[in-house]
Design a protein around this ligand. Structure first.
Ligand SMILES: *Cc1c(COP(=O)(O)O)cnc(C)c1O
Length: 542
């Protein structure tokens, strides 16, 4: 018998004197343990998060805790319903199809009634983000285009070649704004979320094609929640990276450390939604190039502003296809592209990337079916309205409107910085200004501003409030009124600074303190439910 190598001898020695059944059992359990360890490593959530979830799941099963939670949740649902009933007071609630159709005038009248519901003067510029311009002329041109094309469906390219051409032109005009070359390509989608989801799908499938079975994306805590949504839909893991506490831009060193064998995508924001700060896209691009990982730049909010800022005399750092690591860009035509809601673009450096975005079914009895985006039938009217807006506004007017928006933002930032008691988060790069306070509960201030008619957005971890400045805020007197109300609000909050927020804004402070995040999730689901709630007599006081 030949001499056995050293490791085998050791193994034989280990099993010496053991029964065959023992050997089988030990082998099987160590294999199972390895599989389990591998699944932990490949999991989409880290171990502490899961342990924490398990703990709360267990706690919720304790009867007394369960009862308390059920009571509280019933109250929450009742409150949400009551809010809806209050908001809808005065309009007819319709539960049945009208037996005989209403007249065109009646329909228009009812639409107007519905539009007049709601407490905020959004046309007057009292709302953060949401509506990006108030201009009847631009709106008229877009709606005219929609009227002409509302029933077209560019899924059928042979029937509506003109709509396909318009889509291709929107994509090409956007590529040129972001300095892409002839190889760049893209598609129009229904919004920023879909653009982001499409990029995530494309780079997930690119990773699959390279044999990575459990791809992950590396993104900052401040990256838009659409990436998390995409991860939930598409089964991609998320590795979250912190932002630097003073600049509120992604910690570039941490991004580099987070990149591994499974990374399918790095994400940078230009700028991000919460603070409006711009990640260092140049450094991210360098990392992407060195590591051979694609970089997606989320310019959903900023894209159509940053593209015109240099020409408007407001320099911005480079963030687009001029940086070699940038593989894709998302930009929303329905934000600062000023198109009606329902369009955005996703752009890629190479055709190969866009191919991974498509879905194709070759075996369906309904025929070989290929489609570029999430939708099957597509709204040609939205594409035409977007195209019409871009053609009508044109480069000069985009530059002018961008200048008006940025000038207003800079005025607001400057004035906010003068207000004692609040601070600005980082350096606003484009149109978002986020503020907080070390002296009082910032949601108390938000509550005060809400009472003055302002709808601003609440931020958490840490507590803050932001305003996304749109063209609606450039209307005469709006910015000055906001500054005056901000000053008055700060004065008010400083008077009794130990008192936390009361009223509707208090919820944002409370939500951060609930350590069982599944409860926050449940409450959010009840809120969404309430959007589909139609009040019935006697309902709200059940
Ligand atoms: C608005 C926004 C998105 C998502 O776009 P939707 O059009 O709302 O789906 C993505 N990223 C940023 C930074 C945004 O502000």
């Amino acid at each position: 018998m030949s001499e056995r190598p050293q490791p085998l001898k050791a193994i034989n020695k280990f099993f010496e004197g053991k029964e065959p059944w023992q050997i089988v059992t030990m082998t099987a359990s160590s294999v199972l343990a390895l599989v389990w360890a591998h699944s932990l490593y490949n999991a989409k959530e880290c171990v502490t998060t899961r342990l924490r979830k398990e703990f709360f799941r267990w706690l919720r099963q304790v009867p007394i805790v369960r009862r308390k939670i059920d009571e509280k949740m019933a109250e929450v649902r009742r409150d949400f319903k009551r809010d809806v009933a209050k908001r809808l007071a005065g309009v007819t609630i319709r539960r049945e199809l009208p037996q005989k159709g209403l007249s065109a005038e009646q329909v228009a009248e009812e639409v107007r009634d519905h539009l007049s519901l709601g407490a905020y003067d959004w046309k007057g510029g009292n709302v953060s983000g949401a509506v990006y311009h108030i201009n009847e002329e631009i709106g008229h041109v877009a709606c005219q285009a929609y009227t002409l094309t509302a029933y077209t469906n560019p899924l059928h390219a042979d029937v509506f070649p003109g709509i396909n051409k318009m889509e291709a032109e929107i994509v090409r005009m956007a590529i040129n704004l972001f300095h892409g070359d002839e190889d760049c390509c893209g598609t129009v989608t229904t919004g920023g979320t879909e653009s982001i989801m499409m990029a995530c799908k494309a780079f997930r499938d690119l990773a699959y094609s390279k044999g990575i079975s459990n791809p992950q994306m590396v993104l900052a805590t401040t990256a838009h929640t659409a990436f998390d949504k995409a991860a939930q839909y598409l089964g991609i893991g998320v590795v979250t990276v912190p932002v630097c506490p003073d600049t509120l831009t992604v910690d570039v060193g941490a991004v580099r450390r987070a990149i591994g064998r499974r990374t399918c995508l790095i994400v940078g924001s230009a700028p991000n939604y919460p603070y409006g700060t711009m990640d260092d896209i140049k450094s991210l691009s360098d990392i992407a190039t060195q590591c051979g990982v694609p970089l997606h730049v989320d310019a959903c909010l900023g894209g159509f502003v940053t593209a015109f800022m240099p020409a408007a005399g407001h320099p911005v750092p480079q963030f687009d296809f001029r940086l070699p690591g940038v593989a894709s860009i998302s930009a929303d035509t329905h934000k600062y592209g000023f198109a009606p809601k329902g369009t955005s673009v996703i752009l890629y450096r190479k055709a190969e990337f866009r191919h991974h975005q498509y879905t194709v079914s070759t075996e369906w009895p309904g025929g070989v079916y290929g489609s570029p985006t999430v939708n099957g039938s597509r709204a040609g009217g939205l594409i035409a309205a977007c195209w019409a807006t871009m053609m009508f506004v044109g480069r000069e007017r985009y530059i002018q409107m961008t200048d008006e928006i940025i000038t207003t933002t800079k005025y607001l930032e400057e004035e906010f910085r003068k207000i004692d008691g609040i601070f600005i988060f980082g350096k606003p790069a484009t149109t978002v200004i986020a503020f907080g306070s070390k002296k009082f509960d910032i949601f108390k201030m938000a509550e005060f501003l809400h009472k003055k008619g302002w709808s601003l957005n609440a931020l958490q971890f840490p507590s803050g409030v932001h305003i996304c400045v749109t063209h609606a805020h450039t209307q005469a007197g709006v910015a000055e009124r906001l500054v005056a109300d901000m000053k008055a609000a700060t004065q008010e909050c400083l008077k009794d600074s130990s008192q936390p927020a009361q009223g509707r804004m208090a919820i944002y402070g409370v939500a951060q303190q609930i350590s069982d995040r599944s409860l926050v999730s449940d409450i959010t689901k009840y809120f969404i439910d309430s959007m589909y709630y139609l009040p019935q007599p006697g309902d709200a006081d059940e």
